[in-house]
Design a protein around this ligand. Sequence first.
Ligand code: PLP
Length: 391
Amino acid sequence: MKQVYLDYSATTPVKKEVLDQMIPYYTEHFGNPSSLYSIGLESKEAVNKAKEQVASLINADPGEIYFTAGGTESDNWVIFGVADALKNKGNHIITTQIEHHAMLHSCEHLEKHGYEITYLPVNEEGFVSPEDLEKAITDKTILVSVMLVNNEIGTVQPIKELAAVAKKHGVLFHTDAVQGLGNVPIDVKDMGVDFVSLSSHKIYGPKGEGGLYMRKGVKISNFVFGGAQEKGKRAGTENLPGIVGFGAAAELAKKNFDEHVKHCSSLRDYLVEQILEKIPDTYYNGPKDSSKRHPGNANITFEYIEGESILLLLDQFGISVSTGSACSSKSLKPSHVLSAIGIPVTKIHGSVRLTVGDFTTKEDIDYVVEKLELIVGRLREISSVNVEKGW
Ligand SMILES: *Cc1c(COP(=O)(O)O)cnc(C)c1O
């Protein structure tokens, strides 16, 4: 059966060019980067090369990149590392209502330990306002964290403006750029940020590998304690093949950036156009302006039916899509992101996220639209909401 993967924001396949570079680091180049003999030093060089590759994608210095086990760990490190290091300065952190659970659940944990968290609201397209941020800052504020690109509705935040507000008040600024990496231009120096969370598996690299950009001179507490790896800041023997893969994926993402964005946004625009034209009572959620949206992201509400039913029936045709974020889809709780942009609960339940990527083709989109028309039509025929609508 035909397989169409439209969930590139959940994860991506490792590209062959990336895998080819990783494999030797499982076998012949297996040395521990901390060892002082030749094969250890070779591994250390491979780690340093990967730092250059990742740094180059975001205009950082290689010494400002720390490898972690993924975006989740990077988010946790910043939140808990700043909370601990600056506890004498204050106990207030500002974030938003639409962050990834890696951020929100970490903040909820801190609330149990005496920290105060402000969750900034967003407008109907998911944008945070710099004025709201400025009003929320107090003399107890130690960190502002706003994600660069939202994983459900693709909103690209005005990070440069937001970071400038934090800086004016002498507050550290973090952005979770996991969805932004390789999809929107990132220049840490121009943006004026202190911390950036990165992940490898959303940019065609391996899973379980990520990074944290920490601006030179900024000091926070460790999150993982142990050996002296990563200049004593992140312990544990390096995931060498993972790091090499992340570096290779970052280099490829930089090289292919323009082509990738053009490919994804044109297929996404075509997908959205086709769905809205062919299927009645459908709505496009999130920013309408493509330049302020993740190039591959579409989030659509199909009224009167459930997103989970659509997902399961599409799966029968070999099509993979998502409802909300991967973590919340099992719980059937309405998406906190769609709630925050003011979509009523009944419509949230009928929402589906479709994300295209480098391997998506126009034929794939035509196939998905054809099956969606069929599935949505069938589900609406049997939907109990028909009674209310008087169909
Ligand atoms: C995927 C994702 C994460 C988590 O990254 P992992 O590498 O899977 O731990 C964090 N934030 C955002 C916005 C994400 O999309």
